[in-house]
Each structure stands twice: as C-alpha cells, then as structure tokens.
Ligand binder design. Structure first.
Ligand code: IMP
Ligand code: MG
Length: 186
C-alpha cells in the first residue's frame, strides 16, 4: 500500500494494482518462468527505464542462473500519448545469438514499442524470444502481440508507479495508480 508520503499527491488517482498484488503475481510469474526454462536458463532483457523495478523483482523470483542485460528505448516524450516513434537509446551489451531471451517489459499500450523490439531482437538470432509484460492495457493494441507472460490486464488509462513514470516522476511509488494530473508535453 502507498505510504503516508504519497497521500498528499493530488495528481494520483485510484490504486489499480496494489503492492501486495504485484508481489504475489511476480512470485507466480517467477515460478512459471522457472518451470518453463529449467533446461535452458534465460537471458533477461529489461526494457529501461520503466521495467527496472519489475525486472529486479522477477529476476529474484526466478530460481535459475539467469543472466541480465538492459536496453533503453524511447517511444514517448514527456507527455502521456504515444509518439509512435521508437528508438534505441541504449543497446544491449551481450550478443543474443543462440540465447534464450526473455524480454521484461513494464507495460504494453499501443504495442508499438514491443513490435519494434521483437523485430529488432529477432534479427540478432536468439535461440528463442519470449515476452514477459507486467501490465497490458485493455483494448489499446492495434496488432496481435504474442505475449508469453502477462502480469495484469488493466484499463486503458495512464498509470504510474512500480517503475512507471510521468515526466520521470512516481517511479518509486510502490503500487500502480492512475495518474490524474495535467498532461505534460515538454
Ligand atoms: P506502447 O509502445 O504504446 O505500447 O508504449 C509502451 C511504453 O510507453 C511503455 O514501455 C512505457 O514506457 C510507456 N507507457 C505506456 N503506457 C504508460 C502508462 O500508462 N504509464 C507510464 N508509461 C506508459
Ligand atoms: Mg517501457
């Protein structure tokens, strides 16, 4: 649950996923990944910055010798609507050839980021490529996305917390909440 210091935030609305629900679901997803990848430990590819909290939690919920790498992509400006433009801001350090890659994403909205990422990463010839997305917004994806693991389906509104931000704020909020403040376009 949100602690006292978040209670005066007028830009925060209802809690969409509580800290407790997040912890329980991450444990379940970790157990699923552990079972599915028992004979081929995965390389977790976290998509920064939003996935950094989920990534650190799920990595510790997987009982396998995982490896971890991160990349950063930008698909949004500081506002709350998709620009449709995806670019790699920081690329991976590791070579994906022959690796069992599990992409760890914070949230899927339009799906533009993920479809771009999937194409980009598949071109590097991994042995397998699956996606684990913590949050999927209902009714927002234009194309069918192949998501192997999903934490929660949530309404198509803008949310913050547990890694997710608006203009870099609220990433350290322990639960996922609606953002009800002004849309910032810097
Ligand atoms: P998509 O390309 O439209 O699917 O957007 C994916 C990316 O946009 C996510 O990885 C987030 O970084 C960001 N994003 C989408 N929806 C939200 C939200 O509700 N809150 C914060 N970030 C979001
Ligand atoms: Mg993201």
């Amino acid at each position: 649950m949100s602690g006292g210091r978040w209670q005066d935030e007028t830009d925060l609305g209802a809690v969409v996923v509580t800290e407790k629900e997040l912890m329980q679901r991450v444990a379940e997803l970790g157990a699923e990944v552990t079972a599915d990848y028992a004979d081929r430990p995965p390389l977790l590819v976290g998509v920064l910055k939003g996935a950094f909290v989920f990534m650190s939690d799920i990595a510790r919920a997987i009982q396998l010798p995982v490896e971890v790498d991160v990349m950063a992509v930008a698909s949004y400006g500081s506002g709350t609507t998709s620009s449709g433009v995806v670019r790699i801001v920081k690329d991976l350090d590791l070579d994906l050839t022959g690796r069992h890659v599990l992409v760890v994403e914070d949230i899927v909205d339009s799906g533009l980021t993920l479809s771009y990422l999937r194409r980009n990463l598949l071109a590097r010839q991994p042995a397998s490529l699956e996606v684990c997305a913590l949050l999927v917004k209902e009714g927002r994806q234009r194309a069918k996305l192949d998501l192997r693991y999903v934490g929660f389906h949530i309404p198509g509104q803008f949310v913050v917390g547990y890694g997710l931000d608006v203009a870099e704020r609220y990433r350290n909020l322990p639960d996922v909440r609606l953002y009800t403040g002004p849309v910032r376009v810097d």
